[in-house]
Design a protein around this ligand. Structure first.
Ligand SMILES: [Zn+2]
Length: 174
């Protein structure tokens, strides 16, 4: 089922998520809904809190480099993820389903090592320095209740707030 994606400045997005303790059909349903929602919204990643569920659950589906197609075989479902190693820095122009149509450059670690559980509670780990590394850091911020605009330097942040308020006014619908 496609769920509603919460958008900035919804206060729920500031909530810190909790670890999953039971890997049951309820979790699987959440993951399936998150996948449907992410694809419907044209996203490459989604954290559970973005659909209002405060659990440490995120999914990422990086499009293939050759043709930009998102295939389900590449879907990563990460439960209770933890970054255990960070190296270097990189800059990437990020966007977020919770802040539609806004893109800005953000500094992140270049290479990360992550440990997490899959939907059945099995231990997994990934070491990456590709777009996946950026996506993981972006989604893990969501689990802490943090949005990428909070990582922007003061001036860019102020500019964003101004533009966002203006846009929200213009988009008022009856
Ligand atoms: Zn996001």
């Amino acid at each position: 089922m496609i769920r509603k994606v919460l958008t900035y400045p919804d206060p729920v997005l500031k909530k810190a998520s909790k670890d999953v303790e039971v890997f049951d059909s309820k979790l699987h349903l959440l993951l399936d809904d998150m996948y449907e929602t992410m694809i419907a919204e044209n996203g490459i990643g989604l954290a559970a809190i973005q659909i209002g569920v405060d659990l440490n659950v995120l999914i990422i589906n990086i499009p293939q480099e050759e043709d930009g197609v998102q295939i389900k075989e590449n879907l990563i479902e990460a439960i209770n993820p933890q970054i255990i190693k960070k190296e270097g820095t990189t800059v990437y122009k990020e966007g977020c389903l919770s802040i539609p149509e806004y893109y800005e450059e953000v500094n992140r670690a270049e290479k990360i090592e992550i440990v997490f559980k899959d939907r059945f509670g099995n231990d997994k780990s990934i070491s990456t320095d590709s777009l996946l590394a950026i996506a993981f850091q972006h989604e893990m911020d969501h689990l802490k209740g943090m949005l990428f605009v909070e990582r922007l330097p003061m001036l860019k942040r102020r500019k964003f707030e101004k533009e966002w308020k203006k846009k929200s006014r213009e988009n008022k619908k009856f």
